[in-house]
Ligand binder design. Structure first.
Ligand code: FES
Length: 320
């Protein structure tokens, strides 16, 4: 994967425990344009790589902005970015990838974020505001102090589109979400990002109004893989281009099995959340254990995340 050396041009305290970093390329070239909702790999001073959503204006190619919440349980990634990065620090970043796309043709967009989940929604809001699209950004946070990007969100062009929901208790959340979704037209699309239980609830409430393909979500962290009884302990993976086959045993990932025969599949998170290791499936039935494919992609069985997913069929033929 292509990596760029970037320099940090600005660091801002956006909320309690949340900092944003504005970066530009060390070689002085512009970034490639990205679609709102995209994320990048960031390797900080600790050498740890994590994925962060781009949250600036996607039309801006001179700089990119991402925000980091300092996680209490940090294994070094977010802590290092908070404690060891200042203006002038150099970092490595990857090219933007997007598994959380705006449905540009939709008549209405309802963005529902919680906590640091505001970040991909912010880049969507920039695009929607620039296109004069019909949209509302609902932002749930513990308190105003915990809400990031408030200076931005409370000014034009966002102010008239933003609805803030502070301190909503867990038992009041279903009703609050119902109120956000009540007036959604049949062609509306809903986008959500935040803690997994929050997103699960948004999906649950949105499904009462809209078809599943109109509901989009972005997960940041892998949750425990679902228990899967139908997957096989071991199976074969075949390369469509050459017919070469490699056995994948119960302790080996598809990525590692392929590497053992010299086939490198790009990876980043290794946890099924970023989508870097996606490969097209030619035949066979994948057992999806990732957290990034859409419902439709899973159902189609035409793509697989090779870092975590397995197979339900004895042979899986991949487009490699
Ligand atoms: S490497 Fe991130 S999903 Fe596989």
């Amino acid at each position: 994967m292509e990596l760029f050396k970037v320099r940090v041009d600005a660091v801002r305290e956006e909320a309690h425990g949340v900092r944003s970093f504005s970066i530009s390329r060390v070689d002085g070239l512009p970034f490639e344009q990205y679609e709102p909702g995209a994320h990048i790999d960031v390797t900080g001073p600790s050498g740890i790589t994590r994925q962060y959503s781009l949250c600036g204006d996607p039309e801006c190619v001179e700089s990119q902005v991402f925000a980091v919440k300092k996680e209490e349980q940090s294994r070094g990634g977010s802590r290092s970015l908070h404690e060891e990065v200042s203006i002038g620090t150099e970092l490595s970043v990857g090219a933007p990838r997007n598994l959380f796309k705006l449905e540009e043709g939709a008549s209405e967009h309802i963005l529902i974020g919680a906590g640091i989940g505001i970040t991909p929604l912010l880049s969507m809001a920039y695009r929607l505001a620039a296109r004069n699209a019909r949209f509302t950004l609902h932002y749930f946070a513990r308190s105003e102090r915990h809400a990031a990007f408030m200076t931005l969100l409370t000014r034009a062009p966002f102010e008239s589109h933003v609805k803030l929901h502070f301190g909503v208790q867990r038992d009041a959340l279903p009703a609050a979400l119902d109120a956000c979704l009540r007036d959604a037209g049949p062609d509306a699309h809903v986008y959500t990002c935040g803690p997994a239980p929050f997103m699960d609830l948004v999906v649950d409430r949105a499904q009462a109004h809209l078809p599943a393909e109109s509901i989009h979500l972005e997960r940041f962290k892998a949750e425990p893989a679902p228990t899967v009884e139908a997957s096989l302990d071991s199976f074969d993976v075949q390369l469509a281009s050459t017919g070469q086959t490699v056995h994948v045993d119960a302790k080996t990932s598809i990525v590692d099995a392929l590497a053992s025969i010299g086939i490198e599949v790009d990876t980043s998170c290794g946890e099924g959340v970023c989508g870097t290791c996606m490969v097209d499936v030619v035949s066979g039935e994948p057992e999806h254990r990732d957290h990034c494919l859409s419902k439709a992609e899973r159902a189609s069985n035409t793509v697989i995340c090779c870092c975590v997913s397995r197979s339900r069929s004895p042979v899986l033929v991949l487009d490699l």
